[in-house]
Design a protein around this ligand. Structure first.
Ligand SMILES: [Zn+2]
Length: 468
């Protein structure tokens, strides 16, 4: 059978996931993500490499922006098919895409003003990549499919979504193509989650595949354990309460915020931390928490047990959700004993900046980082000890305690990726390592070849590979 895969993103980098597949006379896309690395963002503006109207469908692994963020543009450029994803992914993607469109519009307005003032033009058009109206129109293409339910996406091509952990609704996808009596199965990992983490079930394992595309974000390292992270969280919350300050946590809205609430409520139940006032200061994190509460079917056993015992982490005593600006501002009057969770996770924007401006100068407060801090972000500067830092155009002295937890990642590490691949009964005809920095992807490819005897390729951006 003639199959061709064209690697249009997350090929030797970690954002912009897009894989174009031609198989059994059908053409479909797996993920349609936004590029977020500064050096690659120009690709977001390129026209789609084939006419979008020639695509039969898009299969969406999960709702992170680097996997779904270019869908509104694809629809505007003529895509007419369906976007298949799990029901939870459809709900979270709605929140993510509308938020992204709002940011694009705001950014365009800001650039127009600044460029007019400075009498120059920037490298990209001074227009939003897509508008809120375009994001809304794209949501009309979403077609929810439950885990395990086969769906026919074109003549002779069937897809099945399976739980992959990572974030709520996330899936790996097995696509089976059938033509002239031949059958091939291609497995797309999406982003692989972890075992024994809060709230979500462990990833399901693929049992067979002719071809596999596997992510490699952390393919060259092992994560510290969850237990270490939990211990440090307990110590930081207790010590900061004793010192008379607040704990400020820059937190990603999808997954990380809910995981932290789970840990904080568990630690308080065990008496390891005082029952502190906890504030979720992020409209997006609040909306995602509501989606999670509507979908108890995706909870693991421990979370089900907790909810049954009437101790949902999202109802814990002292928890406050600040959706409005007024509610957010009111948090400023809370000077001690509280835990504040706000976005963005890398401090590049959002309400966290206000809390940093309040608490960075206070030696009795702690800024606790729980996620990856990319180079060039305010979060990275603080972690690396910059002092002072610039926030909203002002010099802000850093006197607070700075702490970092490494064990709460939503991504599988090297050993967990191998564990996921080891579900395959026999090595596939070929394995493609994607979604990793070049050195990481190559290191993981070598490991998979050595340990699991796979024939492995690390594709390049734009490369088209014909398979049989
Ligand atoms: Zn992801």
């Amino acid at each position: 059978m003639d199959i061709a895969i064209r690697f249009l993103g997350a090929a030797q980098n970690v954002t912009g996931s897009r894989h174009l597949v031609d198989a059994a006379g059908a053409r479909f896309l797996v993920d349609c993500g936004l590029y977020q690395e500064r050096a690659l963002r120009a690709r977001n503006w390129d026209p789609f490499p084939v006419p979008p109207k020639t695509l039969d469908a898009v299969l969406l692994t999960h709702a992170h922006l680097d996997h779904c963020g270019l869908l509104p543009k694809l629809c505007r450029e003529g895509f007419r098919g369906k976007v298949y994803c799990t029901p939870t992914t459809a709900e979270v993607a709605r929140i993510v895409l509308l938020d992204s469109a709002g940011l694009q519009e705001e950014d365009a307005r800001y650039k127009q003003k600044r460029h007019a003032r400075e009498g120059r033009r920037g490298p990209y058009p001074e227009a939003p990549l897509y508008t809120t109206a375009e994001a809304r129109a794209c949501l009309g293409h979403f077609t929810p499919v439950r885990y395990g339910q086969p769906v026919c996406i074109a003549d002779g091509v069937t897809a099945v979504f399976r739980n992959v952990g990572h974030i709520l609704g996330a899936a790996w996808i097995a696509v089976t193509a059938e033509a002239a009596g031949e059958v091939r199965t291609i497995v797309f990992s999406g982003d692989v989650g972890r075992w024994d983490v809060p709230i979500l079930k462990d990833p399901a394992l693929p049992d067979r595949a002719d071809y596999v595309l596997v992510e490699s974000t952390y393919g060259d390292r092992a994560h510290p354990s969850q237990r270490e992270g939990r211990d440090l969280l307990a110590e930081v919350v207790s010590a900061t309460a004793r010192a008379g300050g607040n704990v400020v946590i820059p937190s990603f809205a999808i997954g990380r915020t809910q995981d932290l609430l789970y840990h904080l409520s568990g630690l308080a139940d065990e008496g390891r931390i005082p029952r502190a006032a906890t504030y979720v200061d992020s409209p997006m994190a609040i909306s995602v928490t509501e989606v999670l509460e509507r979908h108890p079917e995706i909870y693991d056993q421990e979370m089900r047990d907790r909810v049954r015992r009437d101790r949902s982490p999202f109802d814990m005593p002292g928890l406050h959700f600040a959706r409005s600006t007024a509610e957010s501002k009111a948090i400023n009057s809370v000077r001690s004993g509280a835990v504040l969770l706000a976005g963005s996770g890398m401090c590049t924007g959002g309400r966290i900046k206000h809390h940093l401006a309040q608490h960075l100068p206070r030696p009795e407060s702690t800024i606790l980082f729980v996620g990856y801090q990319a180079a060039g972000t305010l979060g990275r500067e603080i972690v690396e000890g910059a002092n002072p830092v610039r926030i909203h155009g002002c010099r802000c002295p850093v006197r607070a305690r700075i702490a970092q937890i490494g064990g709460f990642s939503a991504h599988a590490d090297r050993d967990e990726l191998l564990r996921w691949l080891s579900g395959l009964g026999a090595p596939p005809r070929r394995t493609f390592v994607v979604h990793g920095e070049p050195e990481t992807a190559r290191a993981f490819a070598d490991l998979v070849a050595k340990r699991l005897a796979h024939r492995v390729t690390v594709p390049q951006y734009g490369e088209r590979i014909a398979l049989d």
